[in-house]
Each structure stands twice: as C-alpha cells, then as structure tokens.
Design a protein around this ligand. Structure first.
Ligand SMILES: Cc1cc2nc3c(=O)[nH]c(=O)nc-3n(C[C@H](O)[C@H](O)[C@H](O)COP(=O)(O)OP(=O)(O)OC[C@H]3O[C@@H](n4cnc5c(N)ncnc54)[C@H](O)[C@@H]3O)c2cc1C
Length: 395
C-alpha cells in the first residue's frame, strides 16, 4: 500500500495508472509512482527497445529531479554518459573561437552530462520490473467516464485504469484526442542527426563542440561508451524531406560542403540509414494539460525547440512533481490541478525562451563583443532560474 497516501489520507486517490510512452518522461514517472506503491503500467509502441534518439545534455535541474525519483541514478548516468568539462566554439574551418569551462558543478551542484537517449531509456527501464513495460502497444485513443479510463491500442486488448498519463512525445495521440490541435509547428530549422561508434581525434572527449556556420551549425558530443552524437541544423523557412536514406546522407554532406573535412568525416562515417532527417517543431503552450482522468507530461505537454536543451530536463521535473501531487491531494481532481499549477507557468517560459534561442543560433555571435552586456546578465539570471530549480518535498 502507498505509504505516503495512507499517512495523509485514509484512502488512496488512485490505484492503477497507465502511462503511454516509454521515453524518458514515461519511465521516470513510472519509477516515481511505483515508489508510492501505485500499480503503474507503461505502454510503448516500439516492438523492442532499440538504439534510437539523439545525444542529450542533462543539466543540474533535470539531474536533481532524477536523483529525487531514483536515488543514485545520477552516478549510473555518469558512467553511461559523459561529464562535460568544456564547451568549445569553432568555426567551420575548425579554428577555435573560444573555449569555456563548464561551471554547472560549481554553480549548481550537478555537472552537465551528455548521454544517448537510448542509454538513458535503458538506465531508467532497468529501475522498473520488466513486466510493467508493455512493448508493441501503440495507443490509438481512449474513452473515459467518472469511474475510469479505457485505453485502446492498435491490435491489442484495451486496458482500464484510474488515470492515463500521455508521455507520448511531440506527436502525442493523447494530446490530440484531448485537444485536437493537429500537426506541430515547424519553427524554421531543419535537423540531421545520428549517434555512432566513433572517436573524433580532433576533440578532447570531455568537450562539447559547437561549430557555427552561416545560418547553420553542428553539435558534436561524446555520449559515452565510445559513441559520438552529431547534430547538424540549418535555417530553412520551408522544409522538405529527402527521398531515401542515401538522399539524406548526400544532402547533409552537400550542406556541409564548405566545412572542414574533420566535421564531414563524422557524417561520412555514419551509415546512411542511421541518419535521422526532420524538422524542428514545437507547439503553443496549453492553459490546461488534463481533462478528467487523463493528463499529459514531457514533450506531449510542452514540446520545445532544443536550443536550451531543456526538453528532457523539464520532463523529469514534471514526473517528480506529478507524483508528489498524488501523495498530497485528497482527490484526483485536486492532484491534477496542483500539478498544472506547479508546471505550466515554468514550462511555458522555458518553451518561449527555447523558441527565441533557436533563432538566435542563426545570428552572428562568433565575436564576444557582439553579445551586449545587458543580454548576458539577463541570460545569467535566467540560467540560474532554470538550473537551480530543485525538488521540494511538501510536508
Ligand atoms: C536534436 C535534439 C536535441 C535535443 N537535446 C536535448 C538536450 O540536450 N537536453 C534535453 O533535456 N532535451 C533535449 N531534447 C529534447 C528531448 O529529446 C525530449 O524533450 C525528451 O526526449 C522528451 O521525453 P518524453 O518522454 O516526453 O518524449 P519522447 O522522448 O518523445 O518519448 C515518447 C515515447 O512515446 C512513444 N510513443 C509515441 N507515440 C506512442 C503511441 N501512440 N503509443 C505508445 N507509445 C508511443 C515513443 O515511441 C517514445 O518512446 C532534444 C531533442 C532533439 C530533437
């Protein structure tokens, strides 16, 4: 029985929770709810956990919340990923413009960790009993009434729960069923990315490299275990997708035609079918994330441009705070209202700043004199607000 719930209220407000999506958000939430003794099941459309996703930067706020959900997990993530000690800005001719020491650990008590989405998924999944994760379950919708919610899957039996959490990413079926907004919003930035077994001789393994071109840029990160993640982006008011994998590879190599061979080498070393090509999208903030017995979390609730690297980090904040709301509320309605009150305003601000940051990427900021002092101060205050955010345990 849920100890927290029984301590405060005689009857638990929910017993059975279904989470759609076994990404970082769905899995972290499952761990947090399971810690409270709630019977939680995760339904994932993929047929198996397979190498997928990009290299992510986990920042102090996200790591603090992850550690509160699963104590000790940050140590595991450190050994599965890479603790970054420097960020390096280069031009396309591989000249270093500046090198900055990463100050996160000193300033906020946690490092900047880079890790592959797939490894993060594995680490989180290993904290759960395998029989609660149901692969090959593509959610296609749900029905709800005052007594419960029935979740429907493609080719599988429907399941019943007291609450459904949509953690199914930017193209969330749950969000679409609740609010019917259609496709996400293309923000004018195309992306090509891959994670491959690769050692880049040019870079120190604890450096995160950012290469700035004309209206395009590239990140190269060590994500641990001998893997390198590269992410190349280009400002493109319209977007079009290549016909096939070979078309994707030759297109990105064409986009990088003027770039130093060392940057092109990592793309050349990537098998064409492993390169992901697609648009960068977000959605406008919602005023509510919940209806009745259904709520949203992570990218399903607040998809944001990757400029600030806060998508997964804020998702871990959601997971912890949602679970806290269940242990400190008398009714499901109260819990979901408190969850929205604690999360929507913060994520709305980070979404807006991420969209703005995305376009700033394409400005010319290679000379330090082009960054006005006032802007730097504003950024420092804002970064402090983002990264120093910590879990509070309500009594
Ligand atoms: C290029 C790039 C760089 C990024 N860099 C960073 C970074 O540095 N730091 C950071 O914090 N974030 C970063 N992000 C964002 C981060 O990847 C996301 O915010 C994070 O993965 C969101 O987690 P999630 O669990 O909400 O959704 P997702 O990771 O999208 O997971 C959703 C899961 O739901 C499953 N699913 C989808 N539909 C269904 C369905 N109908 N039925 C069942 N299952 C379903 C999917 O298969 C998937 O497993 C980046 C994103 C991109 C694209």
């Amino acid at each position: 029985m849920n100890k927290n719930l029984t301590q405060k209220f005689s009857k638990p407000i929910l017993e059975k929770v279904a989470i759609v999506g076994a990404g970082p958000g769905g899995l972290a939430t499952a761990i947090a709810l399971q810690n409270q003794g709630i019977d939680v099941r995760v339904y994932e459309k993929a047929q198996e956990f397979r190498p997928a996703g990009t290299g992510l930067g986990l920042a102090p706020n996200g790591l603090n919340f992850l550690d509160a959900i699963a104590p000790g997990i940050v140590e595991t993530l450190k050994s599965s990923g890479c603790e970054v000690n420097h960020t390096v800005l280069k031009n396309i001719h591989k000249e270093t413009i500046r090198t900055s020491q990463t100050k996160y650990l000193d300033q906020y008590g946690q490092p900047l960790l880079t890790i592959w989405w797939y490894r993060l998924q594995q680490v989180l999944a290993s904290r759960l009993p395998s029989d609660i994760i149901h692969l090959n379950h593509r959610c296609i919708g749900f029905d709800q009434d005052e007594n419960g919610v029935k979740i429907h899957f493609d080719g599988q039996k429907s399941v019943d729960a007291d609450l459904l959490i949509g953690a199914d990413g930017v193209n969330s079926v749950i969000r679409e069923t609740l609010f019917g907004e259609g496709k996400p919003n293309y923000i004018g930035s195309m992306c090509w990315r891959a994670v491959i077994k690769y050692h880049h001789e040019l870079f120190n393994e604890y450096e995160l490299v950012f290469v700035k071109g004309n209206k395009q840029f590239m990140y190269i990160l060590n994500v641990g275990g001998g893997y390198t993640s590269w992410i190349s982006r280009k400002f493109s008011p319209d977007y079009s997708l290549s016909q096939d994998a070979d078309g994707v590879k030759s297109r990105i190599l064409h986009e990088l035609a003027d770039w130093d061979e060392s940057f092109r080498a990592v793309v050349k070393a990537t098998p064409a079918e492993q390169i992901w090509e697609g648009p960068i999208c977000d959605r406008p903030p919602l005023t509510h994330w919940s209806q009745g017995r259904v709520t949203l979390l992570g990218d399903a609730a607040h998809p944001m441009a990757p400029a600030m690297g806060q998508g997964a980090n804020t998702t871990f904040e959601d997971a912890y705070e949602l679970a806290q709301c269940f242990s400190h509320s008398a009714t499901l309605e109260e819990a979901l209202t408190t969850y929205e009150q604690s999360r929507i305003e913060r994520t709305k601000i980070i979404q807006a700043r991420s969209a703005m940051g995305e376009m700033r990427y394409y400005e010319d900021f290679t000379s330090p004199s082009q960054t006005p002092q006032r802007q730097m101060t504003l950024n420092e205050d804002f970064h402090k607000w983002v990264y120093s955010y910590k879990p509070t345990v309500a009594s």
